[in-house]
Design a protein around this ligand. Structure first.
Ligand code: HEC
Length: 96
């Protein structure tokens, strides 16, 4: 029983950890696998951004309080992400 519980915790932890990486897949086309591209020549490189900074930016795109001339495009990218998704993405970006 104990082993099963430990195995589920490990599994849940690894799923959570890989979640940000999987979610980032659709961002990589514009931002680059390592976040170093200026997306469509417009964004800052986001490689290694602190978790708080990315969460603030993505949450801001969602509610319209953040962004530049192309914020409408990013709003579409983050509209369906939950707060947990955004956190997972931010952790992944911080690790790039
Ligand atoms: C179709 C191209 C495209 C895709 C896909 C895309 N982005 Fe962006 N991203 C942009 C552009 C363009 C901007 C600059 C928008 C603006 O004017 O504020 C931007 C801005 C950002 C910024 C803020 C950078 C800054 O300069 O302030 C972050 C963080 C970000 N994107 C993360 C993501 C994440 C995470 C995903 C995936 C869920 C994603 N983007 C998907 C094009 C894209």
């Amino acid at each position: 029983m104990k082993k099963i519980i430990i195995a589920s915790i490990v599994l849940a932890a690894s799923l959570y950890a890989s979640n940000g990486k999987a979610l980032y897949g659709k961002c990589a086309g514009c931002h680059g696998m390592d976040g170093s591209k200026k997306a469509l020549g417009r964004s800052a490189p986001i490689t290694g951004w602190a978790v708080d900074k990315t969460v603030k930016a993505l949450t801001g795109y969602k509610d319209g309080s953040y962004g530049g001339a192309m914020k409408g495009l990013m709003k579409g990218q983050v509209a369906k992400l939950s707060a947990a998704d955004i956190k997972a993405l931010a952790k992944h970006i911080a690790s790039l």
